[in-house]
Design a protein around this ligand. Structure first.
Ligand SMILES: NC(=O)c1ccc[n+]([C@@H]2O[C@H](COP(=O)([O-])OP(=O)(O)OC[C@H]3O[C@@H](n4cnc5c(N)ncnc54)[C@H](OP(=O)(O)O)[C@@H]3O)[C@@H](O)[C@H]2O)c1
Length: 328
């Protein structure tokens, strides 16, 4: 049986993306075949689709680190055909064919049953970016962060992780400062609950001072680099930051003072390898107490054929919010 997929090919160190027809028999030898209904575009997909060997070693390859769909057949014992399911992370889309194809074949251990009260399409409005935002929030709440502790920040706020972090913080009653490079998105950010908006250029500087005015009780950082280095020093007593991204730089050149004088906790989040039960917990929250009624409002819906253009945009940091791929 044939199916359509985006395929990234390598030719003389140049990487190209095109939509091709593949045969189901080319999928890997895993136990569960899924008809993908929706996938979403994440920064890591763009890295895979542009030849980042830290993400994907061998080409040709079909990226797509998340997918929501219906089980066609399984030889495992955890699910049955017809089940509506969500798959995110582990090796999918890295070195295992991913959700940028109409079918995937994965081990049952990577699969979460879609919770009731969350549609397949809503689940990919969240996608991996949303799951990551949820994992960051979960970590901060487990630390004990509460709205009454004071202001929190979200960096990279117009991106996928950032926009859902803002919506989740707002849903739970936190006062959020949005840090962005896109000041022209002020209206959108305020609509989604941002109380203050800061130009990221004000923070994208060599360490301003090792101990700065204590403004934030916590935050979610999707950019890393100099911005996170400065935010670390702007935290109040017993604050906590969850960091997950590196679009602003790989290194952290900060100060030890906020850790030893203010008891700051800095948590790292890796959504791909999170335990499946932790992922289930976050998906369940998205369907209940963290339900975002407006999740679909700011989604760009595209077809497989439109993906190459959207991949270029996310690589340039030009995406606003989430991009969801819908299949027939
Ligand atoms: N650890 C994990 O499990 C995990 C999971 C998912 C994603 N991530 C990482 O999280 C990051 C964000 O992912 P995403 O899917 O949200 O990407 P995205 O949609 O491209 O969003 C990134 C946002 O960061 C800001 N930005 C872009 N270039 C920047 C720069 N040079 N310096 C500072 N900020 C910049 C932009 O927002 P503004 O214009 O509003 O500033 C951009 O929209 C990526 O590094 C991704 O790899 C990690």
């Amino acid at each position: 049986m044939k199916y359509r997929a985006l395929e990234t090919t390598e030719n003389d160190k140049l990487f190209e993306n095109s939509i091709v027809e593949k045969d189901i028999s080319s999928l890997p030898e895993h136990d569960t075949l899924i008809k993908v209904k929706f996938s979403s575009l994440n920064y890591k997909d763009a890295l895979s689709a542009s030849g980042n060997k830290g993400v994907t070693r061998n080409y040709p390859h079909t990226p797509g680190i998340d997918a929501a769909g219906i089980i066609v057949e399984t030889t495992g014992n955890k699910f049955k055909s017809g089940d509506e399911v969500i798959v995110t992370g582990y090796d999918m889309g890295m070195n295992t064919c991913g959700g940028f194809g109409e079918y995937i074949k994965v081990p049952q251990e990577w699969i979460v049953k879609k919770p009731e009260n969350l549609s397949l399409s809503e689940s990919m409005a969240f996608g991996t970016a949303g799951l990551t935002a949820g994992l960051c929030l979960r970590k901060l709440l487990l630390h004990g962060l509460k709205p009454e502790d004071g202001e929190v920040f979200v960096s990279g706020v117009t991106g996928g992780v950032g926009i859902i972090s803002l919506m989740l913080f707002n849903k739970l009653g936190f006062e959020v400062t949005a840090i962005t490079g896109k000041l022209n998105q002020e209206g959108l950010l305020k609509d989604l609950g941002a109380k203050k908006i800061i130009d990221r250029n004000e923070l994208d500087l060599d360490l301003i001072s090792p101990l700065q005015k204590p403004i934030y009780s916590g935050g979610i950082d999707a950019v890393g680099g100099k911005i996170l280095s400065n935010l670390v020093c702007m935290t109040s007593q017993r604050a906590a930051i969850a960091c997950c991204g590196m679009v602003g730089g790989l290194s952290l050149d900060t100060s030890i003072f906020p850790f030893i004088l203010r008891g700051l906790s800095l948590f790292g989040i890796d959504s791909a390898e999170s335990l499946i039960d932790t992922k289930k917990e976050v998906w369940q929250n998205f369907a209940s107490s963290w339900k975002l009624e407006m999740i679909d409002d700011n989604i760009k819906n595209i077809s497989l054929d439109e993906l190459p253009t959207e991949i270029d945009k996310i690589l340039k940091g030009e995406q606003i919010g989430r991009v969801r791929i819908a299949y027939d």
